[in-house]
Design a binder for this molecule. Structure first.
Ligand SMILES: Cc1ncc(COP(=O)(O)O)c(C=O)c1O
Length: 381
């Protein structure tokens, strides 16, 4: 089935009592037994909940996986996935990943005996060189946040498979509408559903999607044991949001392409990062593994011409806010906001500068968005 059909129908029809067309919300924390050992498939909401199960079925089908665990946040999904590793294991990842993931990998898990190598994952030789006999997992984020660098999924996953290393792909930026990591052999697909899958900036959530039974069983065990599953209400909201994923992604992308071109031609903008621009240096790879370019872009402001603070202050439609993937356009400063937890050295290694601005392009009218940016980009510091 077409992804547009799956997002509307898969997992939805759970109401056998009244045949409601949308999935009922079951906030109950617990479910009674008919007799010892006999219930209707659910006993306690941390372990399983019918509303959450509907969402999990839906997301798994969109990604082409066999199952999914919906988690309380994207970071909860990443945390649970990392528990597939044990003390002594080593993980290879990118040096330009989301700041919160970088913080978890550099500050938290090392205290528990995991070690990490942060490398430029566009360079396969660097990935290869970072692998040791202890490497258990390769963590991929593509396109990267916020500079939209692309990692070659086919090549990195092939390398990992040859060495029996697990691969996890954070697919938050493109969503399954524009990228399907399982088609390249990934073991896990991770989402912050806070972003495009929900799409309305009114939930935090995450997902771990798997396509192997034994990995799936372990993931489900860990999500329950760690207590990081998504609440029924938040699951219900994400399930509502996901139904319009395809239409929103098309609208985000159309606006992002128009804005990226506008910014690229603006004399106060030094550089634009967007996979849909021919100036993006990884054209062949983009066409090979992505079905679209998405709605995220970043650019370097010429702060000799435009004052950074004044730029943000002048904007009327773009909200100065972290997060991304909602219907409204958001703009932010990775150096001091989303990626500040990387520290100066980490920021510099990733290529983020004090002039880098990240934009989550919403679905508003593109002319209004361009007018807003044009006004904020006027010269005069
Ligand atoms: C690519 C990516 N992965 C994971 C996360 C973490 O998600 P959450 O904020 O839902 O915990 C984010 C958050 O911005 C993100 O951008």
């Amino acid at each position: 089935m077409d992804i547009r059909t799956k997002s509307v129908h898969t997992g939805i029809y759970k109401d056998k009592s009244y045949n409601s067309v949308t999935t009922p919300l079951y906030p109950s924390s617990t479910f009674y037994f008919d007799a010892l050992g006999k219930n209707k498939g659910y006993d306690y909401t941390r372990s399983g909940n019918p509303t959450r199960a509907a969402l999990e079925e839906n997301i798994a089908s969109l990604e082409g996986g066999i199952g999914c665990s919906a988690t309380a946040t994207g970071m909860a999904a990443i945390t649970a996935a990392l528990f597939l590793c044990k003390a002594g294991d080593h993980i290879v990842t990118g040096d330009d990943i989301y700041g919160g993931t970088y913080r978890l990998f550099s500050q938290v898990f090392p205290q528990m005996g995991l070690s990490f190598s942060f490398v430029n994952m566009r360079d396969l030789k660097k990935v290869k060189a970072a692998i040791t006999s202890k490497t258990k997992m390769i963590w991929i984020e593509t396109p990267s946040n916020p500079l939209l660098n692309i990692v070659d999924l086919g090549a990195v996953i092939k390398l990992a498979k040859a060495k029996k290393i697990l691969t996890a792909v954070d697919n938050t930026f493109l969503s399954p509408y524009f990228q399907k990591p399982f088609e390249f052999g990934a073991d896990l697909v991770i989402h912050s559903t806070t972003k495009y899958l929900n799409g309305h900036s009114d939930v935090v959530g995450g997902a771990i999607v798997y396509n192997n039974k034994s990995i799936g069983e372990r993931v489900r065990y860990l999500v329950n044991a760690l207590g990081v599953s998504e609440s029924p209400f938040d699951s219900w909201l994400v399930l509502r949001g996901v139904k319009t994923l395809s239409q929103r992604m098309e609208a985000h992308q159309a606006n992002a392409l128009t804005i990226a071109k506008f910014l690229e031609g603006h004399k106060h903008v030094k550089k634009v990062y967007y996979p849909g621009l021919v100036s993006h240096p990884q054209q062949d790879l983009i066409r090979k593994q992505m079905k679209g370019f998405g709605g995220m872009l970043a650019f370097e402001l010429d702060t000799k011409k435009v004052d950074l603070n004044k730029f943000f202050k002048r904007l009327k439609l773009f909200c100065l806010a972290e997060s991304l993937g909602g219907v409204e356009s958001l703009i932010e400063h990775p150096w001091s906001m989303s990626h500040s937890s990387m520290g100066i050295a980490g920021l510099k290694a990733s290529g983020i500068t004090q002039q880098t601005i990240r934009v989550s392009v919403g679905i508003e009218g593109h002319a209004d968005l361009i007018n807003d940016l044009a006004g904020a980009l006027l010269g005069s510091r």
